[in-house]
Design a protein around this ligand. Structure first.
Ligand SMILES: Cc1cc2nc3c(=O)[nH]c(=O)nc-3n(C[C@H](O)[C@H](O)[C@H](O)COP(=O)(O)OP(=O)(O)OC[C@H]3O[C@@H](n4cnc5c(N)ncnc54)[C@H](O)[C@@H]3O)c2cc1C
Length: 442
């Protein structure tokens, strides 16, 4: 019913243009903002802009959201962003699961439990949810705020406003044919394979694939639901992560190096292999004893891809379209919310949206760059193989165990965690300073 209402709105807009005599293809509908993609980024931004009075169109390809292996845990620093945007409450009301602890297991009998609220700057925990439920809730909220949401429609191209005064235009395909929508700003929130990014002419940077992330949703795992369980085995170059998302459901990931396994673990016929890999990494086998698989098992490349300065000609990219961070480190949702908050605040601060979008893009380069640097250090430390990498691990891991604050706190502080050269040298124990415990016994 709701979809029909919005189709009518869209059609009415089309009609107006025809009546004015321009013809549908010559006179696109006009909006303040057209957003391609109704994922976390597009829906959260669309909701806020529409709520602030902007004439907002969100175009979302899917009509029904189904389970794909995607991020389902917002880190404590991202929860601050969610709260600022006013969506934390919406997610909680929809059954999002607050996870107060982070448990890191580094070998038999070695478990470190972090109380997140007690140890993070804003005293926040992790917030986990089922991704399709989150998308549905936020898109519904965007509609309730006054955004027009076209579901089952696709942005197939964008023409930037590449001369001053020319507005960008999005080409939209629906089951009725093609439509054009003009806007002060077109936002590409259409994920890691962004069509907006490609057709608006942004160049994509891509790291070499270093890791593979396999994931699946299980029900009834015998693991406590108050913690994210993080099993790290640097000797094998493997990690397993278990994110409880509420009601005894657990998103379970296995991370390994490219080339370590004969082939990525994908397809539900390979569940046994997936469980064995997690158990090799330290997950107790009996946790899986009564577990039931309730989603697809799929593998994804663990590598970053990003655009420098994601703004041009009235087109701006947010979320994975701007920078898809390596899913092995789990910061993508939080980064997406940072994008939404920064862009939104810039847009609401004045009338010059072109300048506001560029200011966002400058800021994006800084904070995404900081996360990217730290992720790279972690990948070097935990996954690289060979003599130099082994020596590095032998030097660094015992120091990190004694002085955890050598590790930039990217879960608690996000990009505000120190990531300059001093921080790098401290992390890799190249600062010539022995750990406090060793100094004490020297
Ligand atoms: C395997 C894996 C595990 C991950 N784990 C984590 C994690 O633990 N924690 C974390 O924080 N992050 C994680 N992430 C990353 C996280 O899922 C993303 O960063 C986040 O979903 C990005 O949100 P988005 O809104 O930018 O894009 P998306 O979530 O990709 O949403 C894009 C939306 O746009 C729609 N769309 C696409 N193209 C078009 C088009 N042309 N026209 C109209 N609509 C379109 C899509 O249907 C979709 O709804 C993981 C990612 C992967 C791949």
């Amino acid at each position: 019913m709701r979809d029909q209402v919005h189709w009518r709105l869209f059609i009415r807009c089309r009609f107006t243009n025809v009546i004015r005599g321009g013809g549908l293809q010559m006179t696109p509908c006009s909006y303040d903002v057209v957003i391609a993609g109704g994922g976390l980024g597009g829906a959260a931004l669309g909701r806020a802009l529409a709520g602030a009075g902007a004439h907002t169109l969100i175009v979302e390809r899917e009509t029904l959201f189904k389970d794909r292996v995607r991020g389902e845990g917002i880190f404590p620093w991202g929860v601050v962003e969610a709260s600022t945007l006013g969506i934390e409450r919406l997610l909680l009301d929809d059954g999002a699961h607050v996870v107060p602890f982070w448990k890191k297991y580094t070998g038999p009998g070695h478990m470190d439990c972090r109380d997140l609220a007690a140890t993070t700057p804003a005293h926040t925990a992790c917030l986990n949810f089922f991704h399709p439920a989150m998308q549905r809730t936020l898109l519904d909220a965007a509609e309730a705020s006054g955004a027009i949401v076209l579901r089952g429609a696709e942005v197939v191209g964008v023409e930037p406003g590449d001369v001053p005064g020319k507005a960008p235009v999005a080409e939209i395909r629906t089951n009725e044919g093609k439509h054009w929508a003009k806007a002060r700003l077109v936002v590409g929130a259409d994920g890691r394979r962004s069509v907006v990014r490609r057709t608006a002419g942004f160049s994509l940077n891509q790291d070499a694939g270093r890791l593979i992330v396999a994931g699946v949703l299980c029900e009834g795992l015998d693991a406590p639901e108050d913690a994210i369980h993080h099993f790290q085995c640097p000797a094998l170059g493997q990690t397993a992560l278990i994110y409880p998302i509420g009601r005894q459901r657990f998103r379970t990931y296995f991370v390994s190096r490219v080339g370590q396994l004969a082939r990525p673990i994908s397809g539900n016929g390979h569940i046994g292999e997936f469980v064995d890999a997690c158990v090799d990494t330290g997950v107790p086998r009996d946790w899986f004893e009564h577990a039931r698989v309730i989603g697809p098992l799929a593998s994804y490349p663990g590598a970053d891809s990003w655009v420098d300065h994601p703004c041009n000609g009235g087109v701006v990219l947010i979320g994975d379209a701007a920078a898809a961070s390596d899913p092995a480190w789990g910061g993508g949702l939080s980064l997406t919310l940072r994008d939404v908050r920064v862009l939104l605040h810039r847009l609401l601060a004045g009338d010059d949206w072109e300048a506001a979008a560029h200011a966002y893009a400058f800021e994006h380069d800084r904070y995404y760059g900081a996360l990217h640097r730290v992720h790279d250090w972690l990948a070097q430390l935990l996954y690289e193989r060979g003599k130099i990498a082994d020596e590095r691990r032998a030097r660094v891991l015992p120091c990190l165990a004694m002085e955890p604050d050598r590790m930039p706190d990217i879960r608690g502080m996000g990009p505000e965690a120190p990531s300059d050269e001093t921080a790098r040298r401290r992390f890799f124990v190249e600062d010539g300073i022995l750990p406090r415990a060793e100094r004490g016994t020297a």
